[in-house]
Structure formats: C-alpha cells, structure tokens
Design a protein around this ligand. Sequence first.
Ligand SMILES: *Cc1c(COP(=O)(O)O)cnc(C)c1O
Length: 216
Amino acid sequence: MIKENARKLLDELPPGVKLVAAAKTRTPDEIQEAIDAGVNIIGQNYVQEAQNAFRIIGNRARWHFIGHLQKNKAKKAIEIFDMIETVDSLGLAAELNKRCLTKGRFMPILIEVNSGREPQKFGVLPEETENFIRQIASFEGIKVQGLMTMGPMFGDPEDARPYFQETGRTYEHIKSLDIPNVEMKYLSMGMTNSFRVAIEEGANIVRIGTLIFGPR
Ligand SMILES: *Cc1c(COP(=O)(O)O)cnc(C)c1O
C-alpha cells in the first residue's frame, strides 16, 4: 500500500516540487517501502528516531529535519541530516553554525515561519523573518536556502491558504533583497490535507506523511 500511495503521489506532484516523506512513528521497513517507490527525501521530527532509521537506511535517502530541534541535539543532527527545515531561533542557528564549522561542513537550512502567529508553535513571525535572516546570513557553517511553515490546522485546506500566501510573500520579498550568502530557493509548506493549496501558493517542497504511510 505504501508503495502505491507514494507512486500515485509522486505522479501527481508537478515537476519542480520535491516530496519529503514525513516519517515520524514509521518503521525503517515502512520508510524503505517509500524509498523503493521513488521517494528520495525522508523527514524526521526527532533526532533519536532518525538515528535508528538512519542506521538501517543510511544514504539510500536524503534526510530533512522537520521537528523542533533542541540546541543540545544539534551535534547529533548534523551527523544525519542534509537539511534542517526548522531553524527558529538565533541560539539554534548559532549552535548549528558552531558545530558545522568544527566538522568542516555547512548545513543548508530553512527558516521556520510561524505564519499563524500561534503562541504554542515555534517559528519566527513573518514580519521578523527578514531581520532574523540578516542576523544569521554571515554564519559560514549554515546556509539559508528558504522558508518552511506549518500554518494552523484546518479541516478545510482552503482556510490554510492565507497563511501560505503570507509565507509566500515573505519568501519572495526576501528573495528580492539578494542578501549575500542567502539563497532563497525552497519554500516548504503543505501536508497531506493542504499540499495542493500550498503548491498553488508557491510551495516547492511538500511534507507528507499520512497520505503515504496511512493514519498514525
Ligand atoms: C507530521 C508532519 C507532516 C506530515 O503530516 P501529514 O498530515 O501526516 O501529512 C508535515 N510536516 C511536519 C512538520 C510534520 O510534523
């Protein structure tokens, strides 16, 4: 079933839109099935869960971190992940930068935008995103490559549209500034329920779990 679901989804996505299979709570076998169907990026929310899957699957996929990263997990995270999609504080950016410089590598990152301005959610507010990026742009161990947002959860995905639109405007604005060392090329938004709307609003990364793996 996972294979069929993944193939169908990959067929539906327009060219240029990357699929991140959001794999929280899924077993390495389930993840491998998705990879066999052509999925090549796996999203993980927890470093420890990712370590277990990575031990088995390794470089047969690329790994994106999509959860909330605690600073004390940054060192482990940079050993596994190809991109951190959820940088949401100066402290985390500085810690990732330091760890990457020590290892002699750089980490592509996205800035998580709290587009719904929800107090219980992580992320930088849309109006603070430009300033936040300017503060970390010179960090040589990390490289800003775009924005990510969750947005509030709704039953009707149309209700998510304004939040995707605002994130899209913020993305285009920052792109137009041509900030040195900042490469705005990825806009990660949309999940099982909302990915079609997100793509209409400019997403070129979608993060999808349920539609591939079934209900959690
Ligand atoms: C779980 C998760 C997803 C995917 O959610 P589904 O509704 O299962 O598609 C996407 N993004 C993040 C950050 C997630 O934690």
